[in-house]
Design a protein around this ligand. Structure first.
Ligand code: HEC
Ligand code: HEC
Length: 305
């Protein structure tokens, strides 16, 4: 039998050598679950865009990270307020098991107890996109949520006026593997899926997202009449065509222009871009992940609006 401590030492040396040579140990594999969870929640998945309350200028309210009430949406099928997802036992998700938290994120299901027992979450929680999460990333998100300070925050109860429906998103249904993360276009597809970019950037027709016929062509409207919690004076925004279409989409943009739009809210013509897209969170994306997202966007079939 080999001496286990010697094996461990050799393993450690090998890893150190790989890191020193900059060989392909992807950044995400080196991260602890907590660090990975923080990265996903605070950058690409931008949970705080909905779940963290903001002041009139749109700045996160100190001490209330992910404490709910960040946005409230009132549209025909439902009127809901983003939930408190801090570990507070009474008003947050402190009493939920890890599996229950995971089911909420990737299936939009609530536990069978509490005031809203068993009622599905409104479709604004994009479970049809979040279901693409790799198991390790889902674990990481839960570890990070558990590490947050518990904040007591009582919120209005949701009102459901129609059954919850999610349109299937093919990319999420097909799923991803750890191996895909080595390929920039596939990793970009993964990141854009868990960021639900195409949920916002695909038009709705009679309440149905046109994911099969108009993927990424934009035209979805976000208006102060039905979304509360965005900065004072926000007049609403209409999502843009982010397919590779040469005139109407991003086909004629440089990579740098696309990255500036995503992270700095500046259009290719210098125009200031408006919420609800969470440019500030995307500013925290690693360069290689931003490049992967751009590579994926360039692979979307060019379509006019
Ligand atoms: C587009 C807005 C939006 C984003 C982004 C979002 N959520 Fe939510 N989330 C909501 C809303 C609104 C609810 C409440 C839905 C309802 O009451 O039916 C909710 C509910 C939840 C719940 C259920 C909690 C409860 O007490 O019912 C969990 C858990 C949750 N979100 C976690 C997350 C995590 C983790 C992320 C990021 C990975 C995230 N959400 C991103 C809007 C959002
Ligand atoms: C919550 C909805 C939402 C999400 C999520 C979202 N966007 Fe957007 N995005 C918008 C809206 C609305 C605009 C238009 C803003 C304006 O015109 O002021 C926009 C603008 C853009 C633009 C600028 C396009 C132009 O022609 O000016 C790009 C590029 C873009 N989004 C890419 C992305 C990518 C990539 C993701 C995912 C990482 C993403 N968006 C996620 C809503 C969203």
């Amino acid at each position: 039998m080999q001496n286990p401590s010697r094996l461990r030492r050799i393993g450690g040396l090998l890893l150190a050598a790989l890191v020193l040579c900059g060989l392909s140990v992807p950044a995400r594999a080196q991260d602890s679950l907590l660090e990975r969870g923080r990265y996903l929640v605070t950058t690409v998945m931008a949970c705080g865009n909905c779940h963290t309350p903001k002041d009139a200028e749109g700045r996160p309210v100190a001490g209330k990270q992910l404490a709910g009430g960040g946005i409230a949406v009132d549209i025909p099928p439902f009127a809901v307020t983003s939930a408190n997802i801090t570990p507070d036992v009474e008003t947050g998700i402190g009493a939920w098991t890890d599996d229950e938290v995971k089911r909420a994120i990737i299936h939009g299901e609530r536990p069978d107890r509490g005031a809203q027992a068993g009622k599905p979450l409104a479709a604004i929680m994009a479970a049809n996109f979040f279901k693409a999460l790799l198991p390790r990333d889902l674990d990481a998100i839960v570890v990070y949520l558990r590490s947050l300070p518990a904040v007591r925050n009582v919120l209005p109860a949701p009102v459901y006026r129609a059954p919850v429906r999610h349109e299937p998103f093919a990319e999420a249904d097909r799923g991803f593997t750890e191996r895909d993360m080595q390929d920039p276009v596939r990793r970009g597809a993964y990141l854009a899926t868990i960021a639900h970019c195409l949920e916002c950037h695909t038009p709705m027709h009679k309440g149905v997202l046109q994911l099969d016929t108009a993927l990424g062509v934009g035209g979805r409207r976000f208006l102060p009449a039905f979304i509360k919690g965005l900065p004072e004076g926000w007049k609403g925004a209409v999502s843009r065509n982010i397919t590779a279409h040469p005139e109407q989409g991003l086909g004629g943009w440089s990579d740098a222009q696309i990255k500036r739009a995503i992270t700095q809210a500046v259009g290719h013509d210098g125009r200031k871009l408006q919420p609800p897209m969470d440019y500030a969170s995307y500013a925290g994306l690693r360069d290689e992940d931003l490049d992967a997202i751009v590579a994926y966007l360039r692979s979307l079939p060019a379509q006019p609006r």
